[in-house]
Each structure stands twice: as C-alpha cells, then as structure tokens.
Write a protein that binds this ligand. Structure first.
Ligand code: ADP
Ligand code: MG
Length: 261
C-alpha cells in the first residue's frame, strides 16, 4: 500500500472535528491584598496541547497555575476545566483537583512511604481503588518513568531527578486530564534535568494536555505547541515557539528573552 497518499491522521482530525477546549480562562483576576497579581488573563488550551509559560520571577506564573487547579480563590473571572466551571465549593474543587495533576519544583514525596506506596496513596485513599489494582497501575507508571527498579526504595535514597519522576508518576496515578508543571527542573542539578524533561516529552507525545512553567527554552522549542509570555500578570505575547523565540514582536518579550541568552 502506498502510504504517501494517505492523509496524516491529525490533519483529518483537524478538518473533521472542532478542537476541544480543555482549559478556558475568561477575564481572570487575582489580587493578594492590594497587589494585583493576575490582571485579566484570557486563554484557552485545547485537548492534547502543550503550552509553555515564560516570564520573569514574580510575573504571576505560579499563581496562574494555582488558579487552574483551584488552589487559589479567584478575585474575578472564571475558569472552565473540560467545560466544567471551577467553583469554590469544596465538592467541585475536589473534582477539579483530581482532573488536574500538578508537579512542583519541590516534589514533596511522603518520606516514610516507599516509591510504590507514594504512587498508590491517592488512588487508594482518594479514589478508593482496590490495592492490587492500584499497585498494578502504579508499576506501569513507574515503568513509564523508568523507575520500576526503585519501587521499594524510600524517597530519601533517590536523586532529585528520580524523585521528580516519581512525583510525575504519582500525579498520573489519578488519571488527570491535564498536567500542570511549575518549574519542575529548577531545583535539580543540571545533569538531572534531562531525565525529567524526557519523561515530560513522552507525556506530551502520548497526548496529555500540559501547561508548563519552565526556563528550559530547549524543551519549549521542541515540545511546546504554544509559548505564552506573561509580564505583570498579563499575557504580553503568545505564539508558536518559532514566533516567540525567533521573532518576538513585543519589546518586553524581546527584553526578557535577551536577558536569558
Ligand atoms: P512567578 O511564579 O511568576 O514567579 P508568582 O505567581 O509566584 O510569580 O507571584 C506573583 C506575585 O504574587 C509576587 O509578587 C508574589 O509575591 C505574589 N504572591 C504570590 N503568592 C502570594 C500569596 N500567597 N500571598 C501574597 N502574595 C503572593
Ligand atoms: Mg513561580
């Protein structure tokens, strides 16, 4: 069969189906006291899209991610996750937090639990999964992040890169629809950054919807579908990695990127 005449699957999908919006942010404002940290953000993220957020320290990136999984109350605006409005009611928040996994700079594994126990903790105690089913799924996830051989180790014996990969497996164990990453490699020694980015890249290739705050511009260039530059709580510019890195239009984006190189 001559495959050259077969249209690529993704192109067919794009023609026949409207893109499904997984995250929809409308007029988001977040104040801390008198400090306006998020100042009117509108954004949508499609299912399977990988968005990288860049911006200076203090520009509101972490606050934005925390709003997306209900860790902050919103001052104004609304957020829809898979078309469900994020409400401050606790039942709605629980639901959203299950659907939106988050990986932080400090991975905060439970030190008194083994790697496997860390990964099954939430599925067993929050989702009420049977232990043997949770263990099977956890082993598959640990295989995916390359750490099955560490399943019985305690977090204190792991390198930073291994710990962060366990943290990713732990988040995935809840079957999230979306994964948020807040500078997941910033606390790691340089030689350990690559192994974590490789796992994230694999996740992106598997079709996970991801919003990633990172200073790893190589990752952004290679993996992001879209790069968003935030300054003072506003989206200043967004576009493909090529547009943003090679041809930024806004002075503030140019200045920020200039400081990195
Ligand atoms: P970034 O992640 O881009 O570095 P953050 O979202 O962490 O930025 O912070 C943006 C601003 O919000 C900063 O001025 C920070 O001091 C402030 N801020 C963040 N969290 C809180 C909080 N819980 N209480 C008060 N101010 C906060
Ligand atoms: Mg931050």
């Amino acid at each position: 069969m001559n495959l050259a005449f077969m249209p690529e699957k993704s192109k067919v999908d794009n023609l026949s189906l409207p893109e499904k919006s997984m995250i929809n942010v409308k007029g988001l404002v977040k104040d801390f006291g008198k400090n306006r940290v998020i100042d009117g953000i509108n954004a949508t993220v499609s299912a399977g899209e990988v968005v990288v957020l860049i911006g200076a320290s203090g520009s509101g990136k972490s606050t934005f991610l925390r709003c997306l999984n209900g860790l902050e109350t919103l001052t104004a605006g609304e957020i829809l996750i898979d078309n469900v409005r994020l409400e401050s009611k606790s039942s709605s928040l629980k639901q959203i937090r299950r659907q939106v996994g988050m990986v932080f700079q400090q991975f905060n594994l439970f030190p008194h639990l083994t790697v496997l126990e860390n990964v099954i903790e939430a599925p067993v105690h929050v989702l009420n999964q049977k232990k043997d089913i949770a263990v099977k799924a956890a082993r598959e996830l640990l295989t995916k992040v390359g750490l099955l051989d560490k399943q019985n180790c305690y977090p204190g014996t792991l390198s930073g890169g291994q710990g962060q990969r366990v943290a990713i497996a732990r988040a995935l164990a809840m079957h999230p629809k979306i994964m948020l990453f807040d500078e997941p490699t910033s606390a790691l020694d340089p030689e350990l950054v690559g192994e974590v980015l490789t796992v994230m890249k694999q996740l992106a290739e598997d079709g996970m919807t991801m919003v990633v705050v990172t200073h790893e511009m190589g990752f952004a260039r290679e993996v992001a579908d879209r790069v968003i530059f935030i300054d003072e709580g506003r989206i200043v510019e967004e576009g493909s990695p090529i547009q943003i890195f090679s041809n930024p239009q806004e002075k503030r984006t140019q200045t920020f990127l200039g400081r990195l190189s």
